[in-house]
Design a protein around this ligand. Structure first.
Ligand code: 13P
Length: 323
């Protein structure tokens, strides 16, 4: 019964024509994003920016769910509605980032390991109470000279599986995110190989931890040429390589794949996803869980000025309404 609910939430998150907005930047990350538009990061500027995102008129037509950060799930709109309630009013499902970030891995220079399992069971219960219906955990795999190591991939896979099992226990759909970074000069073939190895280990760990595949989503990187690789793959090559890798590694019981943008521009990420959806039939819904690729145009339009909120959200800002 419990899994039936989880399966239905997972399917709703990948309903046709809809995807997920990742708005779960940690405080240091959102500070960087706001600094780019000359806005100082304070609790209120972060709140105001997220309100612009979450109250965009008609967002529920295209956005199935939003991933929140711990601070954000506790915040409210200017008119006093919790962000969770404001999202639900747009038929958007609230979710939460539950990892505590990727930290340098001891004894493994250049590699990172994600923290956050300690106390996770209690935090998940609280987030479920606050209205979250799904959870996200991100593992980061770096390609470089002699890396990634088997130890890093295996440890991250194990952590993802432990988190996913705990999430399902807490009645939250886990979004399992192993991100193989696009940073570096590697070729698309190398990115394919590492993504393949990573997904193999992740699904082995998920099976070992008895995670119900029908009640989770995979958030993967696309398979790309490294950012600094001289030979950049075409849109069609990226779409084909990504689907070839996914078909090889992702069981058909998983209802959907939601790709991260990972530093691609909004146009690149959207073109790649579009090309994948035009290729042959696949057993899963293919959608997005973009952070930067969805937020970049909003940040540029808003610039921290409430007067721009109308352009950024499609509705007049409160200040203009009162005039
Ligand atoms: P990007 O789309 O900006 O990579 O962010 C997605 C995300 O949630 C990273 O964890």
């Amino acid at each position: 019964m419990k899994n039936e609910n989880l399966e239905s939430v997972a399917r709703k998150l990948v309903a046709a024509g809809k995807g997920i907005l990742a708005a779960d930047e940690s405080s240091p990350t959102i500070e960087k994003r706001l600094k780019n538009i000359d806005v100082v990061s304070t609790e209120d500027s972060r709140r105001a920016y997220r309100e612009v995102l979450f109250t965009t008129a008609g967002a529920g037509e295209f956005i199935s769910g939003v991933i929140l950060f711990d601070e954000t799930i506790r915040q409210k709109t200017r008119d006093g509605r919790s962000f969770v309630a404001a999202l639900e009013q747009q038929a958007i499902i609230p979710g939460i980032k539950v990892d505590k970030g990727a930290k340098p891995m001891a004894n493994f220079p250049g590699e990172k390991i994600t923290e956050g399992l300690d106390g996770l069971r209690d935090r998940l219960a609280e987030y479920r109470q606050l209205g979250s219906r799904f959870a996200k955990w991100r593992a980061v795999i770096t390609i470089g000279e002699g890396i990634p190591t088997r130890t890093c991939i295996d440890t991250d896979a194990e952590l993802l599986a432990r988190y996913a099992a705990l999430s399902q226990e807490a009645d939250l759909v886990p979004i399992v995110e192993p991100e193989v970074l696009m940073d570096g000069a590697h070729t698309i073939e190398r990115h394919f190989e590492v993504t393949e190895q990573t997904l193999r280990r992740v699904f082995q760990a998920l099976a070992a931890h008895r995670v119900v595949l029908e009640a989770m989503l995979l958030k993967s990187n696309m398979v790309l040429s490294g950012k600094d690789c001289a030979q950049q793959a075409s849109v069609q090559e990226v779409a084909e390589a990504t689907l070839r890798c996914m078909k090889r590694m992702v069981p058909t019981a998983v209802p959907g794949l939601v790709f991260l943008s990972g530093g691609q521009t909004d146009v690149q990420a959207t073109e790649h996803l579009n090309a994948m959806n035009r290729l042959d039939q696949v057993p899963w819904q293919l959608s997005f869980s973009f952070g930067r690729a969805l937020q970049a145009p909003v940040l540029k339009t808003w610039k921290g000025d409430p007067a721009n909120a109308a352009d950024a959200t499609g509705i007049p800002p409160p200040r203009l309404v009162q005039q």
